[in-house]
Every structure is written in structure tokens, then in C-alpha cells.
Design a protein around this ligand. Structure first.
Ligand SMILES: [Zn+2]
Length: 155
């Protein structure tokens, strides 16, 4: 029942966790999803090596294989900031008028204020393949384009 775009969106969070772990990237500058494809843009000080990018893909797939729980929480903005600080935010700040947040939480991996729909576990993504990367030195942005399977076995 889970749509392919919900799986691809969830994959953005898994990929972000991997990029943070392997490259130390903190800030998401943009996300895009269409059907089984997605693109994550993060701020990064330098161009990563092919080996590092391979490691990012490997770590993301390891997290998918782990079938980790994907939690959706709702709480006050103050409580969320107490727990996770600015890790819940992306590069562009949320308006101060927003006082209640939906939080996406993959324990030990990724946390982000996010209103979109997600799968219940990382395993539902199936797998993730990085198909293209682009580093823009002038803006210090790394774009990671990926795809996931249209269907997961048994679905
Ligand atoms: Zn999300």
C-alpha cells in the first residue's frame, strides 16, 4: 500500500544519515522526489572522493537492510529543540510562527522536522543506488541523485 514516492522520500532521510556519518554533512539545502527517483542536496566544504561516495551508498543500504524503525513524532518546537537542537532543521529556517512540529526520527541515524509521509521501517525502501553526483564548489553544495526499486519483493 505504500506508494513509491513515500518510499523514495523516506530514502532521503536514510541517505542524509549516511552523508552525515561518512562526510560530516549537517545541513540539507534541498530535496526532490519523483516516483522512484530522488535528489538530496547538502552543504559540504569539499568535493568528496569516489571512495567516499561509494561508502555513503554502502552505509545507506546497510541501514535499509537493518530494517530500522522510522518514527513520526509530534511535539512542541521547544521540546524538539531541547532534545535535538538545530539538528531538526534544514538550511532554510522554519517561520517562528510554527510552534508544533512533526518530527521524523530514525534513532541514531537521522532526525528532521518533516511533514511528509514515511514508511514504517527502512527496509520498505528496498535498496538505494546513487546514480549521479554533482559538486558545486562555488556554492559548496553536493547533489546526490538516487533511485530505488519500483517495487519491493513481496509487495
Ligand atoms: Zn520526511
Amino acid at each position: 500500500m505504500t506508494s513509491v514516492e513515500v518510499r523514495a522520500h523516506t530514502a532521503l532521510h536514510v541517505l542524509k544519515g549516511a552523508v552525515s556519518k561518512v562526510l560530516g554533512a549537517k545541513w540539507t539545502a534541498g530535496v526532490w522526489v519523483r516516483e522512484n527517483r530522488g535528489r538530496l542536496t547538502v552543504q559540504l566544504e569539499r568535493k568528496p572522493s569516489p571512495e567516499e561516495l561509494a561508502k555513503v551508498e554502502e552505509e545507506a543500504n546497510r541501514k535499509i537492510e537493518e530494517n530500522a524503525p522510522v518514527e513520526e513524532l509530534e511535539m512542541s518546537r521547544a521540546e524538539a529543540e531541547d532534545r535535538w537542537g538545530d539538528a531538526i532543521y534544514d538550511l532554510f529556517p522554519l517561520p517562528a510562527s510554527i510552534t508544533t512540529l512533526k518530527i521524523l526520527h530514525i534513532p541514531g541515524w537521522n532526525v528532521n522536522a518533516c511533514k511528509a509521509a514515511h514508511t514504517g521501517t527502512t527496509g520498505e525502501i528496498g535498496s538505494l543506488r546513487i546514480v549521479k553526483t554533482r559538486y558545486r564548489p562555488s556554492k559548496k553544495l553536493l547533489e546526490l541523485s538516487f533511485e530505488i526499486p519500483q517495487n519491493v519483493g513481496g509487495a
